[in-house]
Design a protein around this ligand. Structure first.
Ligand code: NAD
Length: 269
């Protein structure tokens, strides 16, 4: 898209944000982390597996020193003990949270091709567990660490509410994620904690490219969205995430914010 003005360097004003889901420099979560730091926030990262740990260490070294917490924590959301251990570690270090970015999804590659009708039982449950239930598990485990005014943002996609060929099992998981966002917003609202989803248009990342027909999805957006002829960037998604994390959005919760160049609003032609 066209050049955007830089974010205000104080919009997050030292807020401490836990960012999950940085697999590499193309991950949406990495763009989000950079935007958080540009906006005056401080990031603690989690990683999944040793190879990501090394990648993350290299990436974090590119951030200004006061932007990244030296804590970088292992978190596989299938593992309850690891979730508890992240919460314990933050708590024992006296670290409170002002935000959480859930940028995690997984489905078996064979479920993202062919017919939804052929979805396997274990493939369905695995996608739900990693891509949707994990948000519930993280909110529960980290609940005591959240400051009033904290904001949780989960990444989702239009395939939750529209038929997107091949998105299949992940469409069902994203529908579940978005419903979970609404119920969590209700449960946590009394403590002043907000929960929203951000529905991003297609962006070339490892997860995006795993979906058959991904290039066609990108082309459809570029050809048909009101903001025509543009390729959505992860920086644009990241800036909108910062807005949701910030007090500017303090009255917004339980929502799905579309950051897709307007594509969702289009009819047939
Ligand atoms: P990505 O592959 O860079 O990130 C996906 C992340 O999920 C990885 O870091 C991976 O380690 C993590 N993950 C998977 N299983 C996990 C587990 N068991 N425990 C902990 N982490 C696990 O791809 P991305 O495109 O940056 O995806 C981030 C989020 O954005 C996902 O929720 C995705 O569905 C969503 N999203 C992506 C697009 C797109 O076009 N790329 C569009 C809309 C929404």
């Amino acid at each position: 898209m066209t050049d955007t003005p830089p974010l205000s360097s104080s919009i997050l004003d030292s807020r401490h944000i836990l960012v999950t889901g940085v697999a590499n420099r193309w991950s949406i979560a990495w763009a989000v982390a950079q935007a958080v730091v540009r906006s005056g926030g401080r990031v603690t990262f989690t990683y999944q597996g040793e190879s990501q740990k090394a990648t993350l260490a290299k990436l974090v070294s590119e951030l200004p020193r006061d932007g990244a917490n030296s804590l970088v924590l292992s978190l596989d959301v299938k593992n309850d003990a690891e979730i508890a251990s992240v919460a314990d570690r933050l708590s024992s270090e006296g670290q409170r949270l002002d935000g959480l970015v859930h940028s995690i999804a997984f489905a078996k590659r064979e479920e993202l091709d062919g017919a939804f009708l052929d979805t396997s039982r274990d493939g369905f449950l695995l996608a739900q567990e990693i891509s949707a239930f994990s948000l519930v598990a993280l909110c529960r485990a980290f609940g005591p660490l959240f400051n009033p005014g904290a904001s949780i943002v989960a990444m989702t996609y239009l395939g939750s509410e529209r038929i997107v060929p091949h998105y299949n099992v992940m469409g069902a998981a994203k529908a579940s994620l978005e419903a979970s966002v609404r119920y969590l917003a209700h449960d946590l609202g009394a403590r002043g904690i907000r929960v929203n989803a951000l529905s991003a248009g297609p962006i070339k990342t490892a997860s995006g490219r795993a979906i058959k027909g991904f290039v066609d999805m990108q082309k459809a957006v570029s050809d048909r969205a009101p903001l025509k002829g543009q390729e959505l960037t992860s920086d644009e998604v990241a800036d909108a995430t910062v807005a949701l994390l910030s007090p500017l959005m303090r009255a917004v919760t339980g929502e799905v914010l579309f950051v897709d160049l307007g594509y969702r609003q289009m009819g047939m032609f």
